[in-house]
Design a protein around this ligand. Structure first.
Ligand code: TYD
Length: 206
């Protein structure tokens, strides 16, 4: 049984997840909650090594191998960090989770999204977030933001805009399928407005 609160942030590269996760962490801490701020891939020591491999390996990684690497990162992260924190009653605020796998490896790489979801469910022993914030941004706007922020792209960021369009479409489909779990926000809105919308939803869950 978990007692804490599990909040994930999803969205394309450059949609502002980290900024919002940080603002949420600050607010929750001010409300007296113990917050664990983490991310996938790379939320554990093992995960940091998987992250380096999956994002910066120079050669090809086959789509199924890529899906398994993200799932391996997730399995270890949930087992050793996320679930223990939830059991202690803490709030976990996390950049990316299984919806990223369904969107990027499922729709982006054109694996079967249902299979990718089942793989993640197995890896995470069925752990689902209480709330998933989707910061929705079209791929052209996301690319423009990344061009300002990055000197080099990782393997997924470097994919063509058709890939990122599929990812965005998959995210919106996921949100439509699970409206109770998702909060969809237009990522072009001002940062503080987005933060306030997230706080309002989270307040109802505390
Ligand atoms: P992230 O660290 O969030 O990068 P950014 O800050 O640029 O958004 O994620 C790294 C990349 O990994 C990102 O392009 C999305 C991808 N990813 C997947 O393809 N599948 C997954 O399951 C996860 C968690 C991430």
């Amino acid at each position: 049984m978990t007692r804490g609160l599990f909040i994930t942030l999803e969205g394309g590269d450059g949609s502002g997840k980290s900024t919002q996760a940080e603002l949420l962490r600050e607010w929750l801490t001010g409300e007296g909650r113990t917050v664990v701020r983490t991310r996938e891939p790379g939320g554990t020591e093992v995960g940091v090594e998987i992250r380096e491999l999956v994002l910066h390996h120079r050669g090809d990684i086959s789509p199924r191998a890529e899906a398994l690497l993200y799932a391996a990162d997730r399995a270890h992260h949930v087992a050793t960090l996320v679930r223990p924190a939830l059991t202690r009653g803490e709030v976990v605020v996390q950049d990316r989770y299984l919806d990223s796998s369904v969107a990027y490896q499922g729709a982006g790489r054109v694996l079967d999204p249902g299979e990718v979801r089942r793989l993640s469910d197995w890896a995470a022993e069925g752990l689902l977030p209480d709330l998933t914030v989707l910061l929705d941004l079209d791929s052209a706007a996301a690319r423009a933001r990344l061009d300002v922020a990055r000197t080099r792209y990782d393997r997924l960021e470097a994919e063509a805009s058709a890939f990122h369009d599929r990812v965005r479409g998959a995210y919106l489909d996921l949100a439509a399928a699970e409206p109770d779990r998702f909060l969809v926000i237009d990522a072009t809105r001002p940062v503080e407005e987005i933060a306030a919308a997230i706080r309002e939803r989270v307040r109802g869950l505390l």
